[in-house]
Design a protein around this ligand. Structure first.
Ligand code: DGL
Length: 268
């Protein structure tokens, strides 16, 4: 009887809301959708304002609030900040202002530092993430590990433009990763939700013994935990609806999603 009662309380048919500065956070959406396929989702790609990584903290907080309010107006039961730059610069402010649970995404320094045998790891992230207080506090915890930080200048812009396979992309990646290889890293942390879309290109450059970590699965598991503990899941037999909004040209996002989901272009 008790567990039946608990089940009733914890059922919640509202959607999971996610936002990113653009299309990259769809890598996080994929991990969440794979783990919880019957949850409804609303994904917001703020591509018009990408990249966030070059903006000031104040600008990133204002954009994150705008996105949060859009998702709350769509009845989101939880908000996944599917952007490292927005998380590391704005999640504290979002949690203080809105009465909804937030899940953030941060570069996965911890598993890389704990498993590294060379005690050297590389991190590729945006300028906004690498300069943030939250990121630097996380780095300080692992002072026994040498952490080679590299700003991924121009990578988000090229991905947003659909230039994932361009010679310029390959040349940039090479210039960012070769110094890390030379330093003998054995883990590379992808600290931006756009970067998992570069996995084949990065894999081609890195020697096979260097492992690549991104945060998608960890964020999906954390979202599942909070739904279980505090928010509630949709019914187990529910067939999910997945809505994507973008405020710029939808073509690259459509390609990434393999044209399997409708995308609405809307100004927000
Ligand atoms: N996907 C965002 C992140 O995870 C990209 C940030 C940007 O727009 O610069 O950091």
């Amino acid at each position: 009887m008790g567990s039946f009662f608990l089940y009733l309380i914890m059922t919640n048919s509202k959607p999971i809301g996610l936002f990113d500065s653009g299309i990259g956070g769809s890598s996080i959406w994929s991990a969440i959708h794979e783990l919880m396929p019957n949850e409804d989702t609303i994904y917001l790609a703020d591509s018009k304002n990408a990249p966030y990584g070059k903006k000031s903290k104040e600008e990133i907080v204002a954009l994150s609030e705008k996105n949060t309010e859009f998702l709350l107006n769509q009845n989101a039961k939880i908000i996944v900040v599917a952007c490292n730059t927005a998380t590391t610069n704005a999640i504290k402010e979002l949690r203080a202002k809105y009465d909804v649970p937030f899940i953030g995404i941060e570069p996965a320094i911890k598993p890389a530092a704990l498993h590294s045998k060379t005690q050297k790891i590389g991190i590729l992230a945006t300028k906004g993430t690498i300069n943030s207080e939250l990121f630097n506090k996380a780095v300080e915890i692992y002072h026994d590990t040498t952490i080679i930080e590299q700003i991924g200048y121009n990578l988000v812009e090229l991905i947003e433009a659909g230039e994932i396979n361009s010679p310029e992309m390959k040349q940039l990646l090479h210039s960012y990763l070769q110094p890390m290889i030379d330093e003998n890293i054995d883990y590379l942390v992808l600290g931006c939700s756009h970067y998992p879309y570069l996995m084949p290109q990065i894999r081609e450059i890195l020697p096979p013994h260097i492992k690549i970590i991104d945060s998608g699965e960890a964020v999906a598991r954390q979202t599942q935990n909070i739904l279980r503990e505090k928010v509630g899941f949709n019914a187990a037999d529910h067939k999910s609806t997945n809505i994507f909004y973008i405020n710029a040209n939808p073509n690259v996002l459509a390609d990434i999603l393999e044209h399997r989901y409708p995308i609405e272009q809307r100004d927000f």
